[in-house]
Design a protein around this ligand. Structure first.
Ligand code: DSN
Length: 455
């Protein structure tokens, strides 16, 4: 008898097929990415790194693969080394990096490794605060990052942009060792040049090197597709990302850096120039054990896909769809943080728009097959019942939805908002089940016209 887990997987397939995924950090991978993830590479241990990775002039050859030394702690690495080197080379090319570490299991692991590579406990990091749109791993109180390091948070202005004046004055006051730009709820394109200038001032005043780090997990696919600035082209030393959001690869992490790559067996001097090797040592053995080579293979496949011209079109369509959806929502009286979007993400102030909270709206939209998440807004006091919801277009754009469907989506969202106004609470949504079911039928009919890859 087949394990009942597979029944549940099939039920999830139906949910994905029949609903529309609006969570901005989710996407649908290609069948080839799925194939690599589900491959026999999961059988292999390969702690360490492939031989001579990143050394200029490196060429794949039998001698190189089988005779030259690698930095692994297990035998049988001939194929694994080639796969990991391919993933590294593709990532470097895609993001204009000198080095890529493709082993982090997640974005949180990638960020932790960068902190571990560059900081001592107690060192100061300047990052966007969680309520302003920053990520948990950027010093949120409940996380290890805040317990080990001294995070100072900058915020956003009323129009939703980074408060650069505040960032600059905090940087000059606290002289952080890392200035970190990154977020999971922010709709503008950061001014990377301005931040690089602030870093230079801090370095000059403090006399210590300051690592400029960008956590681009949300927008990595937009960068790869050429519709978003790349921080590595603007003086940043390190970019971390997940590989599964707009980048549309397997669930995992990635660290890209500028600098010199040397043998990971020897600890190099603690300088910005050596950051690639400091990071390699911080990932393994610093914070992780065996890499997931089936995932690394899937990352290589996804980086190959992201280098193709059709991915540029995809990235462009993500942003177009987001802008159309944002405009349609505004026409229907939705109030948006930042009054719109320049990327893939939209943040609605539900409380201010309609007088109920984000959790009620998330629940009601779930009941019609539209999935998004309740999200705090910068003015929220507590994250438990946030005033907003966060949504985005990466997944629906993968399925091929366009301008007509964005307009339809906005209309459904308004109908559901009207039901929430009448219901007033999650418990009372049940009284409107007929209306909600009718919308769900329409959503299902539309969703089934746009297949999910691999389902
Ligand atoms: N959980 C991710 C997001 O939804 O933005 C960030 O890690």
């Amino acid at each position: 008898m087949k394990d009942p887990v597979f029944d549940l997987i099939n039920q999830e397939k139906t949910r994905q097929k029949e609903g529309l995924e609006l969570i901005p950090s989710e996407n649908y991978v290609s069948e080839t990415v799925l194939e690599a993830m589900g491959s026999i590479l999961t059988n292999k241990y390969s702690e360490g790194y492939p031989s001579f990775q990143g050394i200029p002039g490196w060429k794949e050859s039998k001698i190189a693969t089988e005779i030259l030394p690698n930095y692994r702690y297990y035998g049988g690495q001939a194929n694994i080394d080639r796969i990991e080197r391919l993933a590294i080379a593709r990532a470097c090319q895609l993001f204009h990096a000198d080095h890529a570490n493709v082993q982090p299991h997640s974005g949180a692991q990638a960020n932790t490794a960068v902190y571990y590579a560059w900081l001592k406990p107690g060192d100061t990091v300047l990052g966007m605060s969680l309520p302003a749109g920053g990520h948990l791993t950027h010093g949120a109180k409940v996380t290890m990052s805040a317990k080990v390091y001294n995070f100072i948070g900058y915020g956003v202005t009323d129009d939703g942009d980074i408060d650069y004046d505040e960032l600059e004055s905090l940087a000059l006051e606290y002289h952080p060792k890392i200035i970190l730009i990154g977020y999971s709820a922010f709709m503008k394109i950061p001014d990377f040049d301005r931040i690089a200038t602030i870093r230079d001032r801090v370095a000059n005043e403090s006399g210590h090197e300051v690592l400029l780090m960008a956590d681009m997990a949300h927008v990595a696919g937009l960068i790869a597709g050429g519709v978003h600035e790349n921080p590595l082209d603007h003086g940043f030393d390190v970019m971390t990302t997940t590989t599964h959001k707009t980048l549309r690869g397997p669930r995992g992490g990635l660290i890209l850096s500028r600098g010199k790559v040397t043998s990971p067996l020897k600890r190099p001097e603690h300088t910005l120039d050596n950051i690639p090797t400091l990071i390699d040592r911080a990932v393994f053995p610093g914070t992780q054990g065996g890499p997931l080579e089936h995932i690394i293979a899937a990352k290589a496949v996804a980086f190959g896909e992201a280098a193709r011209p059709d991915f540029q079109e995809y990235a462009n369509s993500i942003v177009n769809n987001a802008k159309i959806l944002a405009n349609e929502l505004i026409k229907l009286d939705f109030i948006l943080q930042g009054n719109g979007t320049d990327n893939h993400l939209i943040l609605i102030d539900v409380q201010e728009s309609f007088g109920f909270d984000g959790k009620l709206y998330e629940r009601a939209l779930d009941m019609v097959g539209l999935t998004l998440n309740a999200n705090s807004l910068p003015h929220d006091q507590a994250a438990f019942r946030p005033s907003g919801v966060r949504l985005g277009t990466p997944a629906i754009t993968t399925r091929g939805l366009g301008a007509t469907e964005m307009k339809q989506l906005a209309l459904w969202m308004k109908k559901v908002a009207d039901i929430c106004i009448e219901a007033g609470s999650e418990e009372d949504l049940a009284k409107f089940s007929a209306e909600l079911d009718a919308i769900h039928d329409e959503v299902r009919t539309l969703a089934l016209k746009f297949p999910v890859p691999g389902v």
